[in-house]
Design a protein around this ligand. Sequence first.
Ligand SMILES: Nc1nc2c(ncn2[C@@H]2O[C@H](COP(=O)(O)OP(=O)(O)OP(=O)(O)O)[C@@H](O)[C@H]2O)c(=O)[nH]1
Length: 348
Amino acid sequence: MDSLLRHMVDMTGHRDHTMLDISVISAVQELAGALQTRVLTITAVRGQEFVRPRALIGRGSPACMVEPVDGSSPGEPLAQFPELAACLAGHEASREVISADGMRTLWLPIWMGDQADTCLEIVHPEPYSTDTIHVISGIVSVYRNFQNLLDYSERDSLTGLLNRKTFDDQLAKMLLTSNELETLPPLPGQPERRHHSDAEKQWLAVVDVDHFKLVNDKFGHLYGDEVLILIANLLQSSFRAQDRVFRFGGEEFVVLLRSTSLENARKIIDRFRTNVESHEFPQVGRVTVSVGFVSISAYESPVIILGRADQALYYAKSHGRNQACHYDQLVSGGQLHAVPTNDTAEFF
Ligand SMILES: Nc1nc2c(ncn2[C@@H]2O[C@H](COP(=O)(O)OP(=O)(O)OP(=O)(O)O)[C@@H](O)[C@H]2O)c(=O)[nH]1
């Protein structure tokens, strides 16, 4: 019991997903006497699901994060593990398979609603007793609750969007996975993708509600808050699932758009802007937004990228509002001066 408590204290003492993974597999490994325990990530890329181990512990070796051998791959196709695929498709709490040599592999997906992007995998030689299964399911429940809590700390409490704190991480992840996407082999029946295309880029857009102070002053903060919630909903419905939407605070939002051309980025951003313009906000009526957007690359700091988008937003605000302005276009047209890349000024 001491050992169980020690593991519980360890698991709940972390504030980031990586350390939580390490402590959960250490707990399972010791308390269930496993041969090997892993945390698997389940991801969907271009409509196909993949499995990739992200943490591992074996008998006699310490727990560690798993660095992918091929950083450009999202992992093994889920279809190569039919039992795991069936377990996930059936929304099962667990599934165990016994291989020809008698070794058992137990999968425990971590369900958050009807989504499981994490799965524990325990390899063990002997069948588990009821007591051990009881302990493992307790650990899984604590793991799920704690993951939920960490997710919660990454979201803005008013709108449910990702908060400012998570932005740098999400930006780095987006740049990494977009590189992965570019180097992925084509799926059967699909044309080969260009390896690196100047036409397809990642984009950052800063969105700011126009004259929002007037909304608060005229209708009160409760109606102001409702406008922010409705705009957050419009952001989520106007952008794609693989894009990322943040509330940076106040009436300012940031969107990261994945792999698209300038023409498409402009179209998507403008579709959102007109969705806001044509929305009937209860009591308040018509609300508009201004947007500044810019292409992003792994070679520039988030501060520089945000500063450029902010300059374009400021231009939109000072030239009539209710419009989306592209930073590079303003610079090449001479309406804006470029932000030098070695500029270390803090814009946010
Ligand atoms: N209701 C509500 N208001 C907020 C929140 N956060 C910031 N605000 C208000 O948002 C307003 C922002 O006003 P300003 O920065 O002057 O900008 P604006 O009135 O939108 O004008 P422009 O940006 O120039 O179009 C301020 O009145 C803040 O008090 C919030 O969470 N809820």
